[in-house]
Each structure stands twice: as C-alpha cells, then as structure tokens.
Ligand binder design. Structure first.
Ligand code: NZQ
Ligand code: ZN
Length: 392
C-alpha cells in the first residue's frame, strides 16, 4: 500500500428535510453575508431556493443571489460572481444545485480570495492561497463536488474545459437530502450514477499499490451504485435507492476509494472534458461514451485489475483466460450503461465530430495533461486520438 493523505473536512448532514438546517450551518461556519449560487432554475421551480431564503431571513443572515450556472459552467459567470462578491463584501458562498453550481461557486471563491485572474489556476499557471468558505445543498448525486477538492470550469473563448484541485475549496458543509434529487430527469439520474462509478473506477484501474481494504470499499461502492441505478430506472422515487446513490457519490470522489493506490488513472475524465468543452455534452454521458474504447485500449496493461473488476463488480463467470474474463467485464459494463440508457460511443452520445475535431481534442487533451498521463496505461496524444477514433 502506498503512503497517502486522506483529508475530508466537510461536515455532512444527510437525510430528509436537512435543508432546514442551512441557516444554523452558515452561522456555524461564520457566514454573515451569503452569495446563494445556483443553476438554470430547477431550484426555483422545486421551491428549494425559496425555502433556503426563508431560513436565512428567519435567522437574520443577509444574502444575495446569482443563478445561471450552466452544465459545464462558464468562466464569464465566475467573473460576474467575483465582482459581485467583492462589491457586496460577501463572506460565505452557498451553492444550491448540482456539480456545475458547486464548481462555479468554488471558482468564485478562489477569485475573491486570490489576486489576479482566476483562470490562471485552471490553466495551471499558478496556485491558490485561499478561498471563500463554501456550503452546499446538493440536488444531483453525481460529481462528488460536495466533498471533493476539485472544480471544473469552461472558458468560452477557445472552449477550454479545465479542472483545478486544492483542499482550499472543500466545502465546509454538505446538506444531502436524497428527496431533493427526485425531480431529476431520468437522463440526469443515469448520468449521475455513471459519473459516480467512474470516480471510483478511475482510482481502481491503476498499476500501482496493493490496497485490499480500499479495493473492497471500491468494489462494494460500484456494486451498490450499479444495483440502485437499475432500481431508479424503474422506480425513480425510491428513497432508499436515491439515498444509496447519493452517499456513494460523495464517498466516490472524496478520496476514500483511492487511499493507497498510486493516484489513479483519470484519462477517461480527461478525454471526456475535451468532449464537454467542444460539444457541451452531459459529463456522465460523455464518460459512458468514451469508457469502452479506453478500456479496450488499456486493459492488457492492467490485466489483474480488469479481471478482478469483471469478477467482483460485473459478476461475470470465472471461465476462460484472464484476457477473456477482462473483456467480458468491459462488455458487461457497456451492457449496464445501455440498460440505463447511457451511450457507449460518440454516435449514441448524439455528436458527430469530424476527424479534425478528434485531432483537436487529442491535441488539447495532451496539452492539458502535460503530454502524457494514465496509470492503467500511459497515453500520449497518438493514443488519445486512437481512443477517440475507436469511440466513433
Ligand atoms: O441548472 P439547473 O436548472 O439546476 O438544472 C440542472 C442541469 O440542467 C439539472 N438539475 C440538477 N439538480 C436537479 C436538476 N433538475 C431537476 N431536479 C434536480 N434536483 O441537471 C442538469 C445538470 O446539472 P449539473 O450541475 O450540470 O450536473 P452535474 O452535477 O453532473 O455537474 C456536471 C459538472 O461537474 C463537473 C463536470 O465536468 C461538469 O462540468 N465535474 C466536477 C467534479 C468535481 N468538482 O469534483 C468532478 C466530476 O468528475 C466532473 O468533472
Ligand atoms: Zn466525473
């Protein structure tokens, strides 16, 4: 087992009606002037935003609102939020929504607390020294941003989607009420389940480290999400299935399922981020569309773990060679994606990139990762292009 650091400072408040505790939590973490940040309006339609404002009003906490964080959240709104917070002397950010609203709030927090252009963090040019404190009310179990050290922002100019990681942005608290996810369209629920599984799979398919306890947690998490994703397909209002998926989402990306490995692979995510940047696809669907081509490209270099995954997660029969078992596991994963209406290639994702687009994405991806990246198998630009082409 490799050495590791495990840091999860986020206070998690889980269960029905937990959003009613929001004002107490903001106070607990020192917020006196709050920016409530949200997305395109689902929280207005559900009544959640009004409920939050009522709670803050009752507690005498002043607040401002900034909606409009789109999926694959834009840098321009981040700049707007930074200006607003500085002008109004906001000292606490409250993200109400999915990963996009949370990530946009994280970027605003960096922009307020650090000198210079916040994009330079995402562009890899500098590191943050501070951030505004952030609380979250989650409405979509998917990204794990409610506990993660990560945020992903898209710069409209050049369609660059880039992530920045730092413990500074880990939320102070996360309110997780599974009932708040019941208004989700089925497609977003399935995208969320896919993303959750991917966050653990990225950490699982590595070529470094023996991590029995971590593997057992990872495999249990993957089996749980797979099972409950299928339940939610038939019964979207099933509270227990919503709850299992929601907690799995946080655990999948707070670092737990990677303790003791060599940092994970992360190439499916990097390949997807270029798809999200250029074609604005839903993150989870983009991951499902690219994963099979990636897995087939790398599995021979990471055979023991692909075999273990096939047997312990996808529950394929222990028959044939290791390679055959690993391939059965990859096929079973794609069958699972199809069973929850997720795409398994770019056509099914609904986009038609030209070969020039694929070359552009491979080039941008290679630049973004500093040339080469991966643990299951290290990929360079030529390998990235081959995977994009195979996913057509
Ligand atoms: O914008 P609104 O109106 O709220 O609608 C959203 C949006 O259209 C809707 N939605 C959310 N909760 C809802 C709801 N609709 C009805 N009822 C609800 N309860 O769902 C749509 C998608 O929302 P979004 O926040 O974009 O989705 P998600 O949570 O999947 O976030 C995706 C973004 O997070 C990034 C992705 O790349 C993408 O930009 N990621 C962030 C990570 C992190 N910070 O740790 C890690 C991930 O790997 C990922 O890269
Ligand atoms: Zn993800």
């Amino acid at each position: 087992m490799f050495d590791f650091k495990y840091y999860t400072p986020t206070k998690v408040i889980f269960g029905k009606n937990t959003q009613e505790q929001v004002a107490d939590l903001v106070k607990e973490f020192g917020g006196t002037k709050v920016l409530i940040h949200y997305g395109g309006g689902s929280v207005v339609r559900s009544g959640l935003l009004q409920q939050v404002k009522d709670k803050l009003d009752q507690a005498g906490i002043s607040y401002l609102e900034l909606g409009g964080a789109v999926p694959n959240p834009h840098l321009s709104l981040v700049y707007e939020g930074i200006e607003l917070c500085k002008k109004e002397k906001v000292d606490f950010l409250l993200a109400v929504g999915g990963g996009s609203a949370i990530d946009s709030a994280k970027a605003i927090g960096y922009g307020v607390a650090n000198e210079g252009d916040v994009w330079e963090l995402y562009d890899g040019k500098k590191k943050a020294n501070a951030s505004l404190p952030l609380g979250v009310i989650l409405t979509l179990a998917a990204t794990g941003s409610e506990m993660s050290d990560s945020s992903v922002i898209t710069k409209e100019e050049g369609l660059l989607k880039r992530g920045y990681n730092s413990d500074l942005c880990r939320p102070k608290f996360a309110i997780l009420n599974p009932e708040l996810t019941m208004t989700l369209p089925d497609y977003q629920t399935a995208c969320g389940c896919t993303d959750i599984m991917m966050h653990t799979m990225e950490r699982y398919f590595t070529n470094g480290g023996n991590m029995e306890i971590t593997d057992a947690m990872a495999e249990g998490l993957l089996r749980t999400v797979k099972k409950n994703a299928l339940i939610l397909k038939k019964d979207p209002k099933n509270y227990d299935a919503r709850a299992e998926v929601m907690w799995a989402g946080s655990l999948s990306h707070n670092g737990l399922t990677g303790c003791g490995n060599n940092g994970g692979d992360w190439m499916p995510h990097k390949l997807e981020h270029e798809l999200g940047g250029l074609f604005d696809v839903a993150h989870g669907a983009g991951l499902a569309a690219i994963w099979g081509s990636w897995a087939r490209y790398v599995y021979k270099n990471c055979l023991p773990r692909f075999k273990k995954y096939a047997l312990n997660v996808m529950e394929v029969e222990d028959r044939g060679s290791d390679e055959e078992i690993a391939l059965c596991g990859i096929e079973a994963t794609e069958d699972f994606f199809r069973s929850i209406d997720m795409p398994t290639n770019l056509r099914e994702l609904g986009i038609k990139p030209t070969d020039e687009d694929l070359q552009t994405m491979a080039r941008k991806c290679a630049i973004g990762v500093g040339g080469k990246k991966g643990s299951a198998r290290v990929l360079d630009e030529a390998a990235m292009l081959e995977i994009y082409r195979a996913s057509m």
